[in-house]
Design a protein around this ligand. Structure first.
Ligand SMILES: Cc1ncc(COP(=O)(O)O)c(C=O)c1O
Length: 466
């Protein structure tokens, strides 16, 4: 574009936007009191101590009620959802895959825009990740799943990214059809593990259940559609205990396995209990228990979660409206009529520009650099570190664990059909080189929002509209 066509916008004054972590910036007296309570009780271990307050157990019960709740409604008193709190989101994924029986010879279908932990949990369970392309929500494309399913498929792992829901209702409908066909062929069902580490509290429309529908079509919090849902409480997440993870399931037998495997491998099912660690051995435990300090913190944060989401959604709506005014396309919602995204990130597709991929990459980097000047914490998605499959060197190069697993295992010999270099997922690849996002902090003042809007204006006029 020539100077003649350029709009004249003056450079906004510098402004300070504090680095923000939702959850952590809502810490107050309640969190201090909760942690202090555990310290005063001298009981940081979840199962016993001098005066154990059973904070983790209470967090699990409260989380089950929260995740069963409809947005805007009170948490139900009772639910069939069962919750196990663990030490991290990565740990939650490893335990969940283990409990679902994933191992050598299995394939797990996962999208290419995720976080490295989604992949490493598959590798560490000695299975082979199978990449599936994304739709315009940047999440798993329901239409692309079927072509990736083989008799070896054990689990399908959608990962609602950056607070934006997948078309999970459609994904579950596809999986139910696939499972009906598999049953007719005498094959075991595939299960769905929702990695909702980045989307706690989001809601979407659909019918839960991977084999048969569980209930009526409706709006549900993400993480309850599949057989298992996991969440993270690490500091970048919507609420935080510094570290922490949560595993949700409806299936009592699966829950029993999750409970056992997150501990020392024994189900705590004796009446009366014979041992603190459990009574019936079910497998090899992973030692991923949550501490009482995390549990006490997480309980307080959970009560604040919907307020945090409301705040992010309000700011997000303003930024998204501005992006539309520029004529750019914000990331589409899975369900336009019932938007349940958390508002954690405002993501937009750059306007049509160069045809050449290298030129698109150069433009995306320039846009992110311009927005970074104001501390908007932008990401050009192509450069979004190990959220992108082709940026994960150990995946692209198929790094083994000790003794060569999973790649050198005879039962995984089929992996040679799969590759992980850029180019494996054409639709996602194109989206990544044309999309930029900015973080939406959860505690913005109207003045902060105005500052961000003026920085967006300036970035649009000076860099994007070229
Ligand atoms: C999609 C996804 N899955 C799993 C994890 C792992 O969670 P944690 O950091 O709590 O181990 C994360 C963390 O960023 C994530 O974003």
């Amino acid at each position: 574009m020539t100077d003649k066509g350029k709009s004249k916008v003056s450079k906004p004054d510098a402004f300070a936007l504090p680095r923000e972590f939702p959850g952590a910036v809502w810490y107050g007296e309640e969190e201090i009191e909760a942690v202090t309570r555990v310290l005063r009780n001298q009981s940081p271990f979840r199962y016993y101590g001098p005066r154990c307050g059973f904070e983790v157990r209470q967090f699990e019960e409260e989380f089950a009620r929260f995740i069963a709740s409809k947005p805007g409604e009170a948490w139900p008193e009772h639910t069939d959802l069962r919750v196990t709190a663990v030490n991290s989101g990565a740990g939650a994924l490893e335990v969940a895959l283990d409990a679902l029986g994933v191992g050598c010879g299995d394939e797990v279908i996962v999208q290419g825009f995720m976080w490295i932990a989604s992949i490493s949990a598959i590798i560490r369970n000695r299975a082979i990740p199978v990449l599936v392309d994304s739709d315009d929500t940047l999440n798993m494309d329901p239409e692309a799943i079927r072509a990736r399913v083989t008799p070896r498929t054990k689990v399908i792992m959608p990962v609602p990214m950056l607070g934006g829901c997948a078309r999970i209702g459609a994904i579950m409908a596809v999986v139910r059809r696939i499972n009906a066909e598999r049953a007719a062929q005498g094959l075991p069902p595939v299960h769905v593990l929702e990695d909702c580490a980045q989307a706690l509290g989001a809601h979407a429309r659909g019918i839960p259940g991977s084999i048969a529908p569980i209930g009526e079509e409706g709006v549900h919090r993400v993480g309850v559609f599949g057989d298992v849902g996991i969440f993270s409480l690490q500091i970048n997440k919507n609420i935080t205990a510094g570290e922490g993870g949560v595993i949700v399931t409806r299936d009592p037998e699966l829950h029993r396995r999750i409970e056992a495997l997150h501990n020392v491998g024994y189900a705590r099912d004796g009446e009366p209990a014979q041992n603190w660690y459990g009574d019936t051995p079910l497998g090899w435990g992973q030692g991923r228990r949550m501490t009482e300090l995390q549990g006490a913190l997480a309980r307080v944060q959970l009560w604040k979660l919907d307020a945090i989401l409301d705040s992010m959604r309000r700011s997000h709506a303003r930024f998204e409206a501005r992006v539309r005014e520029f004529g750019m396309t914000p990331r589409p919602r899975a369900d336009a009529e019932n938007p349940g995204d958390t508002g954690y990130y405002c993501i937009f597709r750059l306007p049509p520009g160069p045809d050449d991929a290298d030129a698109k990459i150069a433009r995306g980097r320039a846009v992110a650099a311009a927005l970074d000047e104001w501390g908007l914490h932008p990401w050009f998605l192509h450069d979004f570190e190990v959220h992108v499959y082709y940026n994960i060197q150990p995946l692209v190069e198929k790094w083994p664990m000790n003794n060569g697993c999973p790649w050198e295992c005879e039962r995984n010999a089929f992996h040679t059909a799969y590759r992980y270099e850029r180019g494996a997922l054409p639709r996602l690849d194109e989206a990544l080189i044309t999309t930029v996002g900015i973080n939406v902090p959860s505690r913005l003042t109207p003045e902060d929002e105005e500052n961000i809007l003026s920085a967006l204006n300036y970035g649009y006029e000076t860099v994007i509209r070229q």
